[in-house]
Design a protein around this ligand. Structure first.
Ligand code: SF4
Length: 315
């Protein structure tokens, strides 16, 4: 067996083990219990419950998100598209937002959440990419790309009667995932720049995920971002000086760039802080854009099968 194949096999085993041993998600436990008790009247209510919780599950703990979900369901959110401020004046806020505002935003999103749930149950067979496109079209306020992908995973795992083909699922590339993929040696921040969907790093990461788990590339998502988190939430691969002891990838990792943050090199810095004139971020961003445009151009040529000398002639 070649070392590449052996490495991939080991990587695959680590991911499978991770999912076997991971701490149970509080929402999934609650949902399965309620489902077994016959709490939900139909598929619509199941889908809507998942959408509500996925929307709450951002910049907060899964436990807080679940508490909000239970609260709004008790107030009738599965049956009604509108809740008044008197009924729902306050919710456990996500980070950086007041509880009153978080409740107001939920109230104004509820109608769209109902609409989305209705469309989802109107069809039995979906692909992950069709569902994600639908999420983008319906545009529920504060249900962004990451939460949409979480919702797709939850729908797939919790409602098997909805047949979702996960083969074209794309893992969201944020700074945590990007950093871990660089440290593992799968992405090279000098060449594999990330500036959104279909950027060189995105294409490489998605094809790697598909090569490891062709039927279910989504399995890579959580182990990667969980590894890239801070120490106080169980992570290991910090921006600098990662703590490899206890990391799930410890035995196979190439430990690239331990003393610098790969996202500083290869991710568009405008994702991290606002560009302002006079700020040092401004010139860094300009350089990044040039580098990113060139990398995109090279990638397009590669896709067309143009190599070597021809790059220079075309550029
Ligand atoms: S082994 Fe170390 S460098 Fe590799 S992913 Fe884990 S924490 Fe990061």
């Amino acid at each position: 067996m070649s070392w590449e194949k052996e490495w991939l096999d080991n990587f695959r085993k680590i991911i499978v083990e991770y999912h076997k041993n991971r701490a149970p998600d509080p929402f999934m436990i609650w949902f399965r219990k309620k489902d077994a008790e016959g709490f939900f009247n139909d598929a619509f209510e199941k889908v809507l419950t998942i959408l509500i919780d996925a929307r709450f599950d951002q910049r907060t703990t899964a436990k807080n998100a679940l508490q909000n979900t239970v609260q709004v369901i008790q107030l009738g959110a599965l049956k009604r598209e509108f809740l008044s401020p008197e009924e729902l004046p306050y919710l456990i806020p996500r980070q950086g937002m007041a509880g009153e505002r978080w409740a107001a935003l939920f109230r104004s999103s509820l109608q769209k959440l109902h609409e989305l749930a209705r469309i989802i149950v109107s069809k039995r067979n979906w692909s992950a990419s069709e569902l994600l496109a639908l999420f983008q079209n319906v545009r529920v306020p504060y249900l962004g790309v990451k939460m949409s992908r979480l919702a797709v995973r939850l729908l797939y795992e919790l409602i098997p009667t909805l047949r979702i083909d996960m083969r074209d699922y794309k893992i969201p590339i944020d700074s945590l995932v990007y950093r871990v993929l660089c440290r593992l040696g799968i992405l090279d921040p000098y060449n594999d720049v990330y500036f959104g969907e279909n950027s060189p790093a995105d294409l490489k990461a998605q094809s790697f995920a598909k090569a490891v788990f062709p039927e279910s590339p989504h399995l890579l998502d959580e182990p990667l971002w969980a590894t890239g988190r801070q120490a106080n939430v169980g992570g290991h691969c910090y921006p600098k000086n990662p703590n490899c002891k206890g990391c799930i990838f410890n035995n196979i990792c190439k430990r690239k760039f331990p003393y610098l943050d790969p996202t500083e090199l290869g991710m568009n810095t405008s994702f991290k802080y606002k560009r302002t004139e006079g700020d040092t971020a401004y010139s860094r961003d300009e350089n990044f854009d040039k580098k990113a445009q060139f990398a995109k151009f090279v990638e397009e040529l590669k896709q067309k099968g143009i190599r070597g000398e021809e790059y220079r002639e075309k550029s």
